[in-house]
Design a protein around this ligand. Structure first.
Ligand code: NI
Length: 175
């Protein structure tokens, strides 16, 4: 049980395509997932991908009941998702603000699919199959991108909509 250091943008591990998890229900996997939850809580994130703590595996966690950073969104169930696959249910995309523990202090406006189906496994190897929308869909797309070496700034279409949180808040208030 430990809070691990989150790698920041620029670290080569964040650019790698992560490897599938091949064994479920192992002590090593459970310990890694526990570290991920400890780390996500400590950094007050809504999601974390294993590569962000230096483990290049296709494993993400996400979910929250209430989050200070995103006070207006519906809760997302606390989930361990391994070897995920995403299918886009609709072609529709919507721009929304995202942050990332690997890009601290910043926010960017990122287009994502609004409706997705995702499949994968939990740590015991049980199948997960959900069709979700909006913020839940956004979180999953963001986390699964990490497994393919993609950070959200690479998805921003208008770089004027990327910056430090404090500056963006001042701009929003017209100061
Ligand atoms: Ni992230």
């Amino acid at each position: 049980m430990a809070v691990r250091q989150v790698l920041r943008m620029g670290h080569p591990t964040l650019l790698q395509v992560a490897q599938p998890v091949t064994e479920f229900n192992t002590a090593g996997l459970d310990a890694l997932i526990e570290d991920m939850f400890d780390t996500m809580a400590d950094y007050e994130g809504v999601g974390l991908a294993a590569p962000q703590i230096g483990e290049s595996l296709r494993l993400v966690i996400f979910g929250f009941e209430h989050n200070e950073r995103y006070p207006d969104v519906e809760p997302v169930p606390i989930t361990v998702l391994i070897n995920p696959e995403i299918e886009y249910i609709r072609s529709e995309q919507q721009a929304g603000w995202e942050g990332c523990l690997s890009v601290p202090g910043m926010r960017g406006l990122v287009p994502r699919h609004t409706h997705i189906r995702y499949r994968g496994f939990d740590q015991a190897g049980n199948a997960i199959d959900r069709s979700v929308k909006d913020f839940h869909a956004r979180v999953v797309q963001h986390e699964v991108d990490h497994l393919d070496g993609i950070l959200y700034p690479q998805r921003i279409e208008d770089m004027s909509q990327f910056g430090f949180i404090e500056e963006l808040e001042l701009r929003e208030r017209g100061e």
